[in-house]
Write a protein that binds this ligand. Structure first.
Ligand SMILES: *Cc1c(COP(=O)(O)O)cnc(C)c1O
Length: 489
């Protein structure tokens, strides 16, 4: 192993220093104001390294990572689009980043105006009356939206409504959020073409149903063409419609969930509205509601007074709080900058371009990969592995082999409807040349699978780790360097 590939603690040498604080300012007397009981008695066990060691170590680490800034990242359901750097610069402006969430609203008028404007912009894109920007992520938005749904029924004294209908293709967070919100999950089946089976839905709709959760286009990238009928049926039965907005990208500026009959939705700003994600970084899951639900949105609320100034309000009628303050403000700023930089007309081109790119890849590969669902997809689609499965090369093998060619893998083994799912979402930001290169590599891997299957089965060869134990990493994480060293020895 190269020296800078090691743990930074392993390259530590006693006495080595990167930086010295001026002794006259930071001698023990300098800490006189800190109560003795809070002062550390023994030095922290930090690595002792030079500045050069630190720079090389982290620069080398960063180069081992894969990101949308290093290559094509067709991870289905995640909308890994390019995030313009100008948005980062704006979000880092000290005038905004330096604000304190408890400062007097009169001294934060610009930030509150931005907040209010973003709420309005999302409302107009979604066709819903009002948004809260407080939730921190998509799943958090789902929970908030389902709490709105539940409160709505409870406030009307309709206490029997405890069930939420969730399609069998739904993202795992949907049933999980419903459970956390104290609702019971009922599954509705999909038809062979991937859309909700209205005949299966009908008998589920009774006076115990609080609502239905849907994504449209659904997880298979197909638009639910019967949505108006589904909305009418659910509303007739007294339920509400929840829209999982993680798949909002292909509809942006063209189709509005509110017009399809949805009452509540969340938007993943870190998918559709250009915040880098994938490593678990900060996100935002604003929740929008139709007019009859606005009183339930959580505190705090940003409002505009008649004199044009902005203020913060809390109300006793709503859910209470779902976040400490106002959500992830930096992420909100990026979304706002993104929306303004595209403008009303350009934003309507995002969805069609994402849709065109997805269909282009699908049609260019369908002779070599199994396409379980025919027809025009929206922003993403699913292959059920290789068309020729006789050599035993799996979706996992293909995904690993793509890494050798510098492409991130698609989403694999989701949705669960097919055994060898491979979910591809190119987004609108990729050029024709990049798409063609990806198609060439996917074709090459399919040919390798037929001719030299072991090459694909043993991939990747170029990455430093090839087959990590993903479940073990999640269930038994090693979080300190000492544990890591003892695990290595
Ligand atoms: C990403 C995603 C979610 C969850 O969003 P997070 O921000 O990761 O919590 C929910 N539903 C769908 C369809 C998604 O793709």
């Amino acid at each position: 192993m190269k020296v800078y590939d090691k743990l930074i603690f392993e390259i530590s040498k006693p006495g080595r220093r990167g930086y010295q604080l001026p002794a006259d300012k930071f001698d023990t007397d300098g800490f006189a104001e800190i109560p003795g009981a809070l002062l550390r008695q023994t030095p922290a066990a930090l690595p002792e390294v030079s500045e050069l060691d630190v720079v090389r170590h982290y620069t080398n680490l960063s180069a081992k990572n894969f990101g949308v800034d290093t290559g094509f990242y067709p991870l289905g359901s995640c909308t890994m689009k390019y995030n313009p750097k100008i948005n980062e610069e704006l979000a880092a402006m000290p005038e905004f980043a330096g604000l304190h969430p408890l400062q007097d609203p009169r001294s934060a008028q610009g930030a509150l105006e931005l907040y209010w404007n973003l709420q309005r912009a999302l409302s107009s894109l979604a066709g819903l009356a009002e948004f809260t920007l407080n939730p921190y992520a998509g799943a958090h938005g789902e929970l908030t939206g389902l709490m709105v749904m539940r409160s709505y029924h409870m406030q009307r004294g309709d206490l029997k409504r405890t069930k939420v209908i969730v399609p069998d293709t739904a993202h795992g967070t949907n049933p999980a959020s419903a459970m956390v919100a104290g609702l019971e999950v009922v599954e509705v089946k999909s038809k062979p073409n991937g859309s909700i089976d209205v005949e299966d839905l009908r008998p589920l709709l009774d006076d115990t149903v609080a609502g239905i959760m849907m994504t449209n286009p659904n997880t298979l990238g197909m638009f639910e063409t019967e949505i108006m009928e589904i909305a009418a049926l659910v509303h007739e039965a007294g339920g509400l419609l929840y829209y999982d907005g993680a798949n909002f990208n292909p509809l942006l500026g063209k189709v509005r969930p509110g017009d399809m009959g949805f009452d509540i939705m969340h938007i993943n700003l870190h998918k559709t509205f250009s915040t880098p994600h994938g490593g678990g970084g900060p996100g935002a899951g604003p929740v929008g509601v139709a007019a009859h639900l606005t009183h339930l949105l959580p505190n705090p609320k940003v409002v505009r007074r008649d004199d044009g100034t902005f203020d913060i309000e809390t109300s006793g009628e709503c859910l209470g709080r779902v976040s400490t303050f106002f959500g992830n403000f930096g992420v909100l700023m990026k979304a706002y900058a993104y929306i303004l930089s595209l403008g009303r007309d350009e934003i309507g081109k995002v969805g069609p371009m994402a849709t065109l790119n997805a269909n282009y890849i699908k049609e260019s590969l369908r002779d070599l990969y199994k396409l379980p669902i025919e027809g025009h997809c929206k922003h993403e689609f699913v292959f059920d592995g290789l068309a020729d499965k006789s050599t035993g090369v799996t979706t996992l093998n293909v995904a690993k082999r793509l890494l050798d060619f510098g492409f991130h893998a698609p989403t694999i083994y989701f949705p669960l409807l097919f055994h060898e799912s491979m979910m591809i979402e190119p987004t609108e930001s990729e050029s024709l040349e990049t798409l063609d290169e990806f198609i060439d590599v996917m074709r090459r891997v399919a040919h390798e699978a037929a001719e030299t299957p072991d090459v694909v089965k043993n991939a990747p060869m170029t990455t430093i780790i090839s087959h990590p134990d993903e479940t073990g990493a999640a269930k038994n994480p090693i979080l300190t360097y000492r544990d890591m060293l003892s695990a290595a020895n």
